[in-house]
Each structure stands twice: as C-alpha cells, then as structure tokens.
Design a protein around this ligand. Structure first.
Ligand code: ADP
Ligand code: MG
Length: 699
C-alpha cells in the first residue's frame, strides 16, 4: 500500500484548478497523468522579462516589460481586417505601438482602457523609428503586477497546450507538495548542502536564470540523486530478494572441465579465466546465479559458457544454451560438439524445425536426462519440453537485450542459474542502471594474434571502386559481408536498395553472391547463410545485422552502407565479424556525403573513435558521450530506464554514490523498517518503483 503521505501527489492532474479532462490529456502527453508527474518534469529554459527600460531605451529584439500609458485605439479599417489593430501607448520618453492581428476590439478595450496605465511585456521591434510590440505576452494593471511573472520557467509543450496553462498546472502542483520524511542521510545532506525534497522541488520550478537549470546546481543534484537512489535501491532489493530464496549449488569435481580444457587447441586468456572463476564461485553457492557475461565479438564467450555448463553437468544436472537464431544455434552446436566428444557428453540441437518422431525422441532424451546439453532457439522453452533437471540456462543474446526473456526464464525449471552473454558492450553507467540486479563478468581481452581491422570511411560515390576491390578479394578466395541497413519505417525502400545492390554485385560476380533479409522465411534465410558459411558463395548481402552473426573465418571485408545510420557499438560489432583468420581484414564504412562531399563533424569524431580503438567498452562509452543515453543503444526500445531528473552523463558520480548507498541500505535495513527506511519507501513509490516494494512485502 502506498503511504498516505503521497496521496496528494498521486492525484490525477484534473484535481488542479484550471485543468479539465482536455488539458489533462495534453499534460499526460508531456508529463504524465498525475500531479507527481508534473512535479518531476523539469523546466528546460527560463523566460526573463525582468528588463524594465523606458520606451526610448528598449533595444531592438529585446524582451522587456514596459510601464506605459494607453493613449489611443486605432482599430482595423472596416472591411479590411488585414490591417492590424493598433493601440498607441507612451511613457515620458517615447511612443510604443501595440499591434494585434485579427483583434477583438471589445476585448482590447477591456484590457487596455484609454487613459489608464498598463504593464505590457513582450519582445519589441523598431519599425520606421517607432517602437512596436506585436501581441504582448502580458498586459496588466500595475496594481496587479504580481500577475506578471518577471521570470518564467519553460516546460515541454504539445500542440494545444498553452505555456501559461502548463505553468499554472505546475504551480498548482508545487503548491500541493507535502513535506515528506527525509530519505537521504543527514551527513550527506550536510556535506552536499542539499535542500530537503520539498524545497528542492519548489526551487526546481522557480529558476531565476538559465544557470539555475544546469545539472550541477545543488537542487538538481539532490533531485537527480533521489531518482538514482530509487533506481539503485529497487535493483538492490530485487537482487536481495533473489538471494534470499534458495537456489542450486553446483560445485562439480572438475573432471569434465579438465578433459575439455586439455582438448582445447588454445589456452584460455586471462580474462576468460577470470570470468570463469567468477562464474564458478557464483554457481557454487546455494543461490541463483544471474550473471551477465560481456565480451566483444570474438572474445571467446562460447568456451566460457561451455565450461560453466560442464560444471553443472559434473553435478548431474542439465544445461541449456539458447541462441537468438537457428543458424547461430547450429553454429554453437558445431563448435561445442567436438569439444564435448572429448569428455563424452551428449549434446543435442533443438529447434522449431524438429518435428515428428525425431522430436519425440529428443524430448524423451531431455526428460530422461540422457541429453546433457541442449542447444537451440527459444524452442528449448516450448511447453512440451520437460527437463529432468535443468541447472543452468545460458542465453546468447548477441545483439538483442531480452529483458523480457530474462524475466520469463525465471519461471522455468527449478530456479536454474542464468548466464546471459552479450556482445554489445554496455557502458558501465548504463549497465549499473539497467542490469544492477545482475552480476557482471567481462571478457575485456581478445585471444592473442588478432590483427586490428583496417577501418576506413568512404563516400557512397566511390561505390564502383569498392565493388572492384570486393571482386579482387573474391578472386583471392576471400569472403565479404555487405550490410545494407534496414530502417523500420521504410523497410520496403531499404529492401529495394538491398535487392538492387544484390543484383548489381551478382552481375559483376555471377553465382558468388547471396542475399538475406528480414522478410525471408527461416529455412530460406538459413540456406543462404549456410552456403556462405560453407564457402559456396563469396559475398553475403544482408539487411539485418543478426544474420551477420555467423562465424566465417575466411571473411576479410565488411562493407557497411549508410554507416551513418548505425550506432558506434553496432558498427564495432559488425567489424568484429571479419579478421578472425590470419589475413588482414578491412571494414569499409560507406556514407552518404553532405552537399560538399565531406563528412560532418560528429561523423568524423565517430569514425576516429572506431579507427583508434578496438575496445568495445571504450567505444560504447564514447558513443554514450557523443550521442547521449537516449540514442547510444536505442534505449527506448532496449528497455533501459529513462530518467526524468538524472542524466547518467552528468551525474555519473552520483550514480556510484547511490549504488553504494543502496547496498548499505539493504544490508542494514533490508525491510525498510527504520525511520529512514520508511522514507525510502516513499521514495520508491515517488519514482514508480512499486515492483521492488512488492518484493519487500512478499519476501
Ligand atoms: P564470441 O562468442 O565471444 O564472439 P567465440 O566464442 O565465438 O567468440 O570465439 C571466437 C573464436 O576465438 C573461436 O574460433 C574460438 O575458438 C576462438 N578462441 C576462443 N578463446 C580463445 C583463446 N583463449 N585463444 C585462442 N582462440 C580462442
Ligand atoms: Mg558467440
């Protein structure tokens, strides 16, 4: 149950004076449906109308507030409404003409009676030596000067929502801000000189100048920290809840792992060993492992996953490896089976394509436990698949973040351990705010002997040259990926582009080119990808990134059309698909040139980062810095949280503080029972983290 203290904040915005259902719909678009949503919507600018010159001193284009006498109304001539309605005003220093288009005379006479004094505020212009103000923002009686705010915050707006309406609604909301318990520590408040929450919210909505809006003001810092603490505390509670429930403990005796390790044609890298130690330690304790294994394409995650699965099998349980596509599942199968033979382990592939008797046989083997490792697509979690004893689920997400899958998997089996592999390096800060409930292992070192990929940018105009280069590489027996991006809104156009590219390449290299795109059926797609994998074709034109996920050691060139449309992390991932063998690899970033044929500044900066480093983590951080959290990973789609008052670029240090604070809270006051704990409960509700509060109650 939500604490009563928050009830006024969670009222519908229609509870505010001047907000009816219609306005509420508009406010909902820019802020949200409740009063608290208005409070957490920060102004992004201020209008300063505090300049109060005499008429003669007003500067062209300046926003001013003038005190003038209303001298004379000059309505539009009858039958000619295009000529504006004018009101001539003056002070002791000069004349000011107020201009109104499509004016209503009766209204203007009421607002500006001749002979009275008025405060008018707006932007002024000089027209043939007379000072003019078109449609003043304010016209008020000096006795009611309070109605004219000299400093006004500017809020996000939408069509139909007037700035004044929005401001009034926010002011109404601010008037209702209750004084809540303090959820921050006294010493932190004192050290940072932070105001209490009530004051902070009031100050947020009462900026006096643009610098009051900055991310580093104490007001904003306090509020950003509140939001980050709510995020970190919620994740810490989710994690604590999971830890409190029993899980499996897998220790194993190491025999299978030793056998397989001996059969490996290489030694594990330091990073692989470190990740494995973390994983083994985690699996050995009787709690559920929920761990993210991050590592660039080609960093060697598969063998790490295999070792983890072996540890489970040594304890007599089963393990599943789930891949995002059938072809990737098959590829995992091919790399894992030979290694498993060394230890005499039974591995089976299970996909949606298994039908009839063979499927029944596989399901039987899984149910009886004869099959120890199951590799497949999401089909491994179909309702009819019953495991004898599922101990570990490994999810190879490649490019997708299946937050949904992560949750769905929790329901399956006897609380198996979970290891999620991702090749998308997530900037540390984003990982903290989104995966803070998971433990993270990083493979931040590549197997030895990899040559850096020669990365170059080229305007699309040099397509001919690129095609010739590709043809020469094909003659040398090398393989090429050619990526045409698929943008959702216009996938038909893009598809045509990819088909045209395919046709053009095919005519230059008859019989050597294949095309895969998202509109193709699974088997059709797989057939093409497989013929590339086997070397039957030399060039694979693909519209979607995922198909490029296959391993082709012979691939030396990656061509990416419209590279400007991709995120840096994506480009880096694509690049990682070439240069796996011993030949020098090249990545060509084709871009659509600007009018003068050159690359824009941001594009240049992006390219330089890709050229300078092959460190996916560094690239992800830079991408975040260049494009902001919203764009770096397409956060909206990826399920990353979006903050209202915090910005993980500006408030990174606060995020670290919040994480430490949250950890301390869950150890010292796990049920949020203390005075501060109760206030923290309010904080969680305030930022909509009811999900974490529920765990608190049930756990
Ligand atoms: P990822 O899944 O992280 O993209 P893979 O697991 O497919 O990478 O490994 C890429 C390639 O590197 C594979 O051919 C694999 O056999 C090889 N590999 C993995 N670990 C090592 C290592 N320690 N030393 C040399 N080669 C390795
Ligand atoms: Mg892999």
């Amino acid at each position: 149950m939500r604490p009563d203290s928050l009830t006024p904040l969670f009222a519908d915005v229609t509870a505010l004076a001047g907000v009816g259902p219609k306005v509420a719909t508009l406010i909902d678009k820019v802020a949200g449906p409740r009063i608290v949503d208005l409070l957490l919507t920060a102004p992004h600018a201020v209008i300063d109308r505090s300049a109060r010159p005499h008429v003669s001193e007003a500067l062209e284009g300046q926003l001013v507030t003038l005190e003038v006498q209303v001298d004379k109304h000059e309505p539009s001539p009858p039958g000619n409404p295009r000529v504006p309605y004018k009101v001539i005003c003056s002070d002791t220093t000069g004349f000011l003409t107020l201009i109104f288009f499509h004016a209503r005379g009766d209204f203007l006479h009421k607002q500006l009676p001749e002979g009275t004094t008025r405060l008018v505020s707006g932007r002024v212009e000089r027209h043939k030596n007379t000072l003019q103000m078109v449609h003043p923002d304010y016209m008020v009686d000096p006795l009611k000067a309070d109605d004219l705010p000299l400093i006004e915050p500017v809020y996000p707006l939408t069509a139909g929502l007037a700035p004044k309406t929005m401001r009034k609604a926010v002011r109404g909301a601010v008037d209702r801000v209750p004084s809540l318990g303090e959820w921050q520590r006294e010493d932190v408040l004192a050290a940072q000189k932070w105001p209490n929450w009530q004051n902070a919210i009031q100050q947020l909505h009462a900026p006096e100048n643009a610098s009051d809006l900055g991310p580093q003001t104490i007001t904003r810092q306090r509020l950003a920290y509140d939001e980050l603490l709510a995020n970190q505390l919620a994740l810490a509670l989710i994690r604590q809840n999971r830890r409190a429930l029993p899980g499996r403990s897998f220790k194993g005796n190491g025999t299978l792992r030793n056998q397989v390790q001996k059969a490996l044609p290489f030694a594990l890298t330091g990073a692989q060993q470190r990740s494995l130690t973390e994983i083994y330690d985690d699996m050995s304790v009787p709690q559920r492992m929920v761990r993210l294994l991050q590592g660039d394409v080609g960093s060697g995650k598969t063998v790490v996953a295999l070792m983890a699965m072996l540890a489970v099998i040594e304890s007599g349980s089963q393990a599943v490896l789930m891949a995002p596509t059938e072809i990737l599942a098959r590829q995992h199968m091919e790399s894992i089976v030979p290694l498993c033979e060394a230890a005499n382990i039974s591995v089976e592939l299970l996909t949606g394509r298994d039908k009839g008797q063979p499927r029944v046989a596989k399901l039987n083997g899984i149910a009886k436990g004869y099959i120890q490792i199951i590799i497949g697509t999401h089909a491994v979690f179909s309702d009819d698949v019953q495991y004898k004893d599922l101990g570990l689920v490994v999810v190879d997400e490649q490019h997708r973040f299946g937050v949904f899958q992560r949750i769905a998997l929790q329901e399956k089996g006897d609380r198996p351990d979970l290891l999620v592999m991702t090749a998308t390096p997530i900037p540390r800060t984003l990982a903290l705010t989104s995966y803070g409930d998971m433990d993270v292992s990083k493979i931040d070192e590549k197997p030895p002997g990899r040559k850096p990929v020669d990365t170059r940018a080229m305007p699309l105009a040099r397509l001919e040259e690129v095609t010739e280069g590709v043809a020469r590489a094909v003659d040398r027996g090398e393989q090429i990926y050619w990526v045409c991006p698929l943008v959702e809104e216009s996938d038909l156009i893009d598809l045509t582009a990819a088909e045209e590219r395919y046709a053009a390449l095919q005519s230059r290299l008859p019989g050597r080119v294949g095309l895969v795109h998202g509109k193709m059926k699974g088997p059709e797609k797989d057939a093409v990808v497989e013929s590339f994998y086997r070397g039957d074709i030399s060039v694979l034109v693909a519209t979607t990134v995922i198909e490029v996920g296959v391993n082709a050691p012979n691939a030396t060139i990656m061509v990416i059309e419209h590279s400007e449309r991709f995120g840096l992390a994506q480009l880096h991932q694509l690049r990682g698909r070439v240069g796996r063998g011993d030949k020098q690899a090249t990545c060509l970033l084709l871009y659509k040139a600007g009018e003068k044929g050159q690359l824009g500044d941001t594009a240049k900066a992006r390219l330089n980062i890709l050229r300078e480093t092959e460190d996916g983590f560094l690239i992800a951080e830079e991408d975040l810095r260049l494009r902001g959290a919203g764009d770096a990973l397409g956060t909206a789609q990826s399920g990353f949280p979006s903050f209202r008052l915090a910005d993980i670029g500006d408030h990174g240090a606060l995020l670290d503080m919040a994480r430490d604070d949250a950890q301390l809270i869950v150890t010292q006051d796990p049920e949020l029972k203390t005075t501060r704990g109760k206030a923290l409960l309010e904080l969680l509700y305030l930022f909509g983290r009811d999900d974490a509060v529920k765990l608190l109650r049930s756990g």
